[in-house]
Each structure stands twice: as structure tokens, then as C-alpha cells.
Design a protein around this ligand. Structure first.
Ligand SMILES: *Cc1c(COP(=O)(O)O)cnc(C)c1O
Length: 380
């Protein structure tokens, strides 16, 4: 079948992957797989070579996030979705308070609501396209929200709820699409957790968490109490943060990890640090995002979805299109030309484009993308 629109090849970005996760994986990361083809791939994760890889990821992330004294990097299998269940099993004592303003922030709250041994969470709900932080809540022992709501392209502040430390509550922030792309002070959190298939441009399947000493103590206490006779809580080994941490401290994971994911992650963390770490990465993402937002502001048929400029994400950019320009047709035409994964979040149901502008994406490719969108809209 002929393409509906043929974009001239000199207009195309060098790399057409703009997904919000899974996201672009740099060729150098794939080359790292090749370099480890006989020394790492297909070898035991309990032996030195793979453990060194995990050690390098943990050290690299400590440096990237400038972790305060006593904070530790833990990792395990199952992605950020698994970390929500770990938090329900091992971190929330009785009741958590949530900021919920999109698909991902709401999912963690739903997990806590479903846990029979936890009290119903208190949910502070925000409209899609805005954020809402949890507010001080009398009997809350954990405050939870997402740094970047990937479904809507909204970035929220990361700072502790006033009074939360005094009441002994911990702060759990989902950094899945933010970590590596947006600035963060992890000292404002007790767990800042994420998956590697967004800004870290690796494959999915893993969760990583920056943990405070308070979170580590909380997990030890919650898990010890769950082991007492008559306790109603069940902490399966897979959801034990303490077990995950014990393994992480030995540069291992509780069960077998995807070594390829670790190799690509390790390469990305090193690449980010070698280029200047968080300052460099976040400036690069901010530049890419501003190319899109300012193009949309100038455009006659597009505009940024997030009204509050301060809440516009520098990691995942959402752009509303005029009703006369069906986003589904634009997305399909772009895909025919090798520009992929620019569709809005399905459940949001808007006439929208959504573009991942993680550090791996070249700002010049983002500029090329805007020209390609204009070309497609003109020629549809
Ligand atoms: C992608 C994403 C998740 C889910 O990550 P998985 O690795 O699929 O479990 C959770 N939270 C946010 C903010 C995300 O963007």
C-alpha cells in the first residue's frame, strides 16, 4: 500500500523513535550487548561479571542522583508496577495518602485500596493535565505521588508534605518517566523509584529505587511485624523490600534478571554521568521539550495540553490538535515514514500527540519531528 504522505527524506529525524516508554535505545547501548555477547549474556548473575555490572549501575546512580549519606540503591525484577505492590506489602504501615492525577498515579492508589491489610487510602484527586500533591493527613504514614504523570505529560514537584516527617510518615515518589530527565532532590523522598525503559533507554522488567535509611527501617519493621503470629499481612518474598535490598547490597537481584536490560542500563547511566550527569541530562530534555512547546504555541492547529507552564513535562510532551486535524491520522502517517510512537495515551481519549523527549533523543531530531508533523498536516 502506498503511503498517504511521503515525507521528503531530508526532513526526517535521524532516529524516529519518540515513545514515552519503551523509548529510544541508543545504538551504543545495543553495541554494548554485542561487546558482552560472550562474557555477560548467557552467564550467571551470581558471578563477578554480572555483579560488576549491577555494581556499576548502583554506583553510577548514586552519583547521578547525588544521593545523601545513608541512602541506598536497590533493584529487582518486575518494574515500577511491582514496586507499588512492594510498597503496599513492605512500606505502608496502615494508611497512605495519594496525589492522583492520571493513570499511573491512580494505579498505585488502587493497589493500596485493594490490599486487605491496609486501610483505605486517602486520595487527593487532580484533573488530567494538572497535578495535585497529597495534603497533610492526620493518620497517614506514607505520602505518594508521581514526579511525572506519563499519561498526561504533567510534571509535579518533589518535596515532602509539610508535617509529614513530624508524624513519622515516609514519602514515596514514582520517578518512572522522570528519573534521568527531570531534576530531583531525592532527600525529599524515602523511595524514589523507576523502571529503566523511559529516560534510561533500556528495556523494561526491572525496578530501581533510591531508598532512605528511614524507608529501610520501615520495611524491616513492617516485615518483622508481618511475621508475628496472628498478623494479617502477608509479605511474599518477591514483595519483600528487605530481601531485595539484601540482594542489591551484594550487587545481585532476588531472582534472575534480564542481563541484557542491565547491560543497556549500565551503558546509559555511564553515558549520562560522562556527559555531565543530572544537570546535563535535564538541560537536554528541557531543550527538546521547549522546541515542541514553542512550536505548538506558534502553530495554528496545535497547542500544549498542559495549561500551567510550570507543570509542563520536560520528559513527555503532550500536544492537543484541532478537531479538524485527527491525531490518529497524523500518527499513522508519521509511522509510515518511520516516526513512531507519537500517539496520546489511549485512555486519556484526547485528539493528542505525545512525545517522549528523554535524554537519548537528539534535540535536533525533535526539531525535525515538528517540521515533519507540519508537513504531514499540510499533505494529509
Ligand atoms: C511506565 C510507568 C510505570 C509502569 O512501569 P512498568 O515498568 O511498566 O511497571 C509506572 N509509573 C509511571 C509514572 C510510568 O511512566
Amino acid at each position: 500500500m502506498a503511503n498517504s504522505v511521503n515525507i521528503p527524506s531530508d526532513m526526517l529525524p535521524e532516529d524516529g523513535r519518540f515513545g514515552s516508554g519503551p523509548s529510544k535505545i541508543r545504538p551504543e547501548q545495543v553495541a554494548a550487548l554485542d561487546a558482552g555477547a560472550t562474557t555477560l549474556l548467557g552467564t550467571s548473575h551470581r558471578q563477578r561479571p554480572v555483579r560488576q555490572l549491577v555494581g556499576s549501575i548502583r554506583e553510577g546512580l548514586e552519583s547521578f542522583f547525588r544521593v545523601p549519606d545513608g541512602y541506598e540503591i536497590a533493584l529487582g525484577n518486575g518494574g515500577a508496577s511491582c514496586f507499588w505492590e512492594i510498597a503496599c506489602a513492605s512500606l505502608i504501615t496502615r494508611r497512605a495518602a495519594y496525589g492522583a492525577y492520571g493513570s499511573f498515579s491512580a494505579k498505585f492508589a488502587a493497589s493500596a485500596a485493594a490490599a486487605p491489610f491496609l486501610e483505605d487510602p486517602v486520595i487527593y484527586k487532580g484533573e488530567p493535565g494538572t497535578y495535585r500533591l497529597p495534603e497533610f493527613t492526620e493518620d497517614a504514614d506514607a505520602y505518594c505521588w508521581a514526579h511525572n504523570e506519563t499519561s498526561t505529560g504533567v510534571a509535579a514537584p518533589v518535596r515532602r508534605v509539610e508535617g509529614s516527617v513530624g508524624q513519622g510518615a515516609i514519602t514515596l515518589v514514582d520517578g518512572t518517566s522522570a528519573a534521568g530527565a527531570l531534576p530531583v532532590d531525592v532527600s525529599q523522598t524515602d523511595a524514589y523509584y523507576f523502571s529503566p525503559q523511559k529516560a534510561f533507554g533500556s528495556d523494561g522488567g526491572l525496578w530501581v529505587a533510591v531508598l532512605s535509611p528511614t524507608a529501610v527501617e520501615r520495611a524491616a519493621r513492617v516485615e518483622a511485624n508481618a511475621g508475628l503470629p496472628g498478623a494479617s499481612r502477608w509479605v511474599p518474598p518477591f514483595l519483600s523490600l528487605t530481601k531485595a535490598l539484601d540482594n542489591s547490597r551484594k550487587d545481585q537481584t532476588l531472582n534472575t534478571p534480564a542481563v541484557a536490560t542491565l547491560i543497556m542500563m549500565e551503558n546509559q547511566v555511564r553515558w549520562l554521568n560522562d556527559n555531565g550527569g543530572m544537570d546535563w541530562a535535564t538541560a537536554r530534555c528541557a531543550k527538546s521539550a521547549s522546541i515542541l512547546y514553542s512550536w505548538a504555541e506558534r502553530s495554528e492547529y496545535a497547542k500544549p495540553f498542559v495549561a500551567d507552564e510550570g507543570a509542563r513535562s520536560h520528559a513527555v510532551v503532550t500536544i492537543d490538535l484541532d478537531d479538524a486535524v485527527p491525531a490518529s491520522e497524523v500518527v499513522a502517517a508519521l509511522r509510515e515514514n518511520g516516526i513512531v510512537d507519537t500517539s496520546g495515551y489511549r485512555k486519556l481519549g484526547r485528539n493528542q500527540l505525545r512525545v517522549g523527549v528523554f535524554p537519548s533523543v537528539e534535540p535536533s531530531d525533535v526539531a525535525a519531528l515538528t517540521a515533519c508533523i507540519d508537513y504531514v498536516v499540510e499533505h494529509l
